[in-house]
Design a protein around this ligand. Structure first.
Ligand SMILES: Nc1ncnc2c1ncn2[C@@H]1O[C@H](COP(=O)(O)OP(=O)(O)OP(=O)(O)O)[C@@H](O)[C@H]1O
Ligand SMILES: O=P(O)(O)OC[C@H]1O[C@H](OP(=O)(O)OP(=O)(O)O)[C@H](O)[C@@H]1O
Length: 212
């Protein structure tokens, strides 16, 4: 039976496929995927492509043995315990950002827009502040520009999106990177295979110059 991996499609997929290939996994199907979602070209690993927040749903349900997902999603879903390896790709960081008019000391209770309400809540709790959180699905940078929120908590990599929308960083939160996560039962069932995969991925990181 193949070992099943749920891989986050999009940015993570693009950055992880070279690592999987350098680990000896056949990703030819993913590279020419069209609209396909299941890839069984490799004799050992079957990969499915899913949205990031769904990776843990498949993993916890036992439908897949391994998952590849950003730490942003693991932290938002309060589920970091099965992260076995930092793949060192998909690197970005959480920031609190807003326009130059934003006053971090404002007296009125702040309204914060984000795709990550749990991470945002934990951050403001950690600095002893009570805020109102508005969850939005994307293009979060719009929120302070059109008056939906006072500021945002979002991820940034190059800073281009913030810069091109005239937003500034007011606080640095935690860093983000892509993790390999495992199903608890699969760790026992496929101990040898998972150990081998982790070792091959570490060698692939070295070969490709990826810092974990
Ligand atoms: N700017 C970024 N730089 C590096 N990694 C990022 C960046 N934005 C997101 N990521 C990582 O990639 C993951 C998925 O991002 P991606 O943009 O592909 O999906 P998404 O946010 O669901 O977007 P879409 O709905 O447009 O597919 C995130 O969970 C995060 O770990
Ligand atoms: O600092 P940068 O390199 O510009 O990257 C940051 C952007 O990347 C992510 O958005 P994504 O592309 O996932 O789109 P989204 O707004 O639909 O979430 C994030 O939400 C920022 O908007």
């Amino acid at each position: 039976m193949a070992i099943k991996i749920a891989l986050t499609k999009g940015r993570v997929e693009e950055q992880v496929v070279p690592l999987l290939e350098a680990s000896g996994i056949d990703c030819s199907g993913i590279r020419n995927k069209g609209r396909r979602l299941i890839f069984d070209e490799d004799p050992v690993y079957e990969t499915i492509l899913v949205k990031g927040p769904d990776v843990l749903t498949y993993l916890n349900n036992g439908s897949v043995h391994l998952g590849i997902v950003g730490s942003d999603i693991l932290e938002e879903q309060n589920n970091t315990q099965y992260a076995m390896l930092d793949l060192g790709v998909g690197r970005c960081r959480f920031v609190l950002a807003s326009t130059s008019q934003f006053d971090p000391q404002q007296v009125r209770r702040k309204i914060i827009a984000t795709k990550y309400p749990n991470i945002t809540k934990r951050y403001f709790q950690s600095i002893g502040e009570d805020v109102e959180i508005i969850r939005i699905e994307g293009s979060v940078e719009l929120a302070p520009l059109i008056g939906l929120a006072d500021a945002i908590v979002d991820i940034t990599e190059t800073g281009t999106t913030l810069r091109e929308n005239n937003l500034h960083v007011y606080a640095e939160l935690q860093p983000v990177s892509t993790k390999l996560v495992v199903n608890r039962l699969a760790v026992k069932q496929y101990q040898t295979e998972i150990r081998t995969l982790i070792s091959n991925l570490k060698n692939a990181q070295t070969k490709l110059g990826v810092n974990a």
